[in-house]
Write a protein that binds this ligand. Sequence first.
Ligand code: C2E
Ligand code: CA
Ligand code: CA
Length: 314
Amino acid sequence: MHYPFFSGTASPGTRGPHPDGASAGTDGGFADPAAARLARLRQRMAWPSGGPEAVDATERGLDHEELLSLTRGDLIGAIEFGHIYPVFQPQISAQHGGIVGLEVLARWSDKGRHHAPDKFVGSITSHGVETLLLDHFLGACGRVRTRFPQYTGRFSLNVNPRTAAAAGFVQGFVRASMSHGLDIARVVLELTEQTRISRGSEARLLENLSALSARGMVISQDDFGSGYASLQALGLLPFKQVKVDKILLHRARHAERARRLFFSSMALARSLELQTVAEGVESPDDVTLARSLGADLLQGYAISPPMPFERLQL
Ligand code: C2E
Ligand code: CA
Ligand code: CA
């Protein structure tokens, strides 16, 4: 299997047929049993001329069952053909209001149907293709950098800890950022879903994140305050940023107890000298609340929805 991420042969990516800025697929690199399946995929999934907007929205796309039974080849095809593509959501400074970051989020459009990332991102991780997705997204970040040379902020990419703990992850990531002309010090790696990982993986995760952090990458704890995004991880891994789970902010609108929880999370992060991000900021009241509770950065619909490359204004 050919992985540009690890082989260092990734090109900066030519603009693909997809209006969301994902790169075009190539025929090369699939010299494995998935090739036949990919050929079928090409027929089933290729956009007609005019891109996805030109597709009849009633035409059948992937349904729930199909999403559940996705194979590795399906996912690779969808990434390579640009059906899975990045959107960018700005993060602003709570102090001066300028855009200081862009979170890259995955979208999948298939024949007029749009699939939420929580429906397919798990499969991307479990089939071991998250590095391929990251490679494509780093390429898209490189294009944003080229299009908006005046933008000096960071690019936040989501990654599952299992992927980040893999052998070769650091070298692959460094190589991919370089090949896309992106300074690794401008990358934030948001660790999502803190699935329980083995002790061995935990040690490798620490090793990998420490190596990336030493190169200037910002490691961020996503969804802090939910599930496994725990205090324990905060003590163990070299985080420089914490994103407090949006549910906490939403509850803090109405409940004093939740407000205190949110505030305490911020205070804890500050005491560890971590930058804090409030996500899910949906209204001017949320902006006021998140600022009063001590967030350094704000992200959410009140500021901007996630936007495809074409609609991005920086
Ligand atoms: P997340 O990393 O916590 O991303 C924030 C989610 O909140 C995004 O949902 C975003 O579209 C949504 N959001 C943004 N502003 C607001 C707001 O004001 N209010 C509310 N209620 N929601 C807001 P999305 O794009 O559906 O992504 C869901 C989750 O899927 C992400 O949560 C992340 O965990 C995962 N995900 C998305 N893209 C990727 C990816 O490329 N790689 C990995 N590993 N995970 C991804
Ligand atoms: Ca995130
Ligand atoms: Ca989050």
